[in-house]
Design a protein around this ligand. Sequence first.
Ligand code: SAH
Length: 341
Amino acid sequence: MNKTNVKSLSKNGLFHFVESLGLPRYRVDQLIRRLYKNYAVNIDEITEFSKDLRNILHDVAYISNIELVKQINSKDKTKKFLFSLEDLQTIESVLIPDEDRLTLCISSQVGCAMGCLFCQTARCGFARNLKSYEIADQIIAVNRIINPAKVTNIVLMGMGEPLANFDEVVDALWRIVQFLVISKRKITLSTAGIVPKLLLLPQKAPEINLAISLNATTDEVRNEIMPVNKRYPIKSLIDTCKKYPLQPGRRITFEYVMIDRKNDSPEDAYRLVKLLSGIRCKVNLIPINPYPGCELKRSPDEKILAFQKILLKNNLRAFIRESRGQDILAACGQLRAGYKP
Ligand code: SAH
């Protein structure tokens, strides 16, 4: 008989599971508490259950865990974690402390199929989608490591394209909100712009924050640096953002990787202003972090500042964001599978 992984179960699933064993419903709350507040890694840690009950559970169920393979700490306090999965694939998560926040950048896939020119994950290709429990487990595992501190914010900006793994990501988001009790306002999903899934997201997922990796202002350039644009061009993406149901006080974040002589001209800045007019948003300008062998270069500082100035003058909120964790290859676009010890 196949054993049930209790971490793969939703609240409803847990009720059915508990019921199938003839146990009362309060056992569900005990399971949730042990798994998501005490980060239990095996059934013996569920000490509210008697030894006999734990033995019964051992026969029918187990708790899956991702395993820490390596942790690297950056000078700037960023920490990178390499985890191995049940099939020995590896993923990375990055913890970014900032004032009173502890933000964890989590992965949604092993590798990525988007093929963005500036991103190292893309160079490693795509291996597989993560399961919802593997996505949520990155938070559980890091919480266990940094105990008694706790991750406060989540960004789905690690390896992979979250909307290309839609169902598992949506499932994970519900689990993060309900079981790990992280507010939906403190969760941000970043996408390269898979339009049909973007239309579905507000119907299926909790109302989390949205970030769009725009990175160009013409289809010609965007096609070149983000192949996904050939299927979902800028206009379709921006039209979808215009219709996106935003909660009061929220803004869509547009991420714009600054690449020398590719997308950093004043004309680009003016086009960006025009594209984003009518959208409640902010823009994060991210100087590209070139990975070894990457031919794209970082825009000079004065061009980044001039670009920002045009956006600000035209009433766009625009910030320059330096990637953290550069000394440990934990910065944007540097997370990769295929780690070799
Ligand atoms: N697939 C998702 C999430 C992963 S990428 C997405 O496309 O949004 C997360 C962010 O890192 C994106 O905004 C992307 O544009 C940025 N990024 C990727 N590679 C980078 C690099 N080399 N330098 C700076 N930012 C990069």
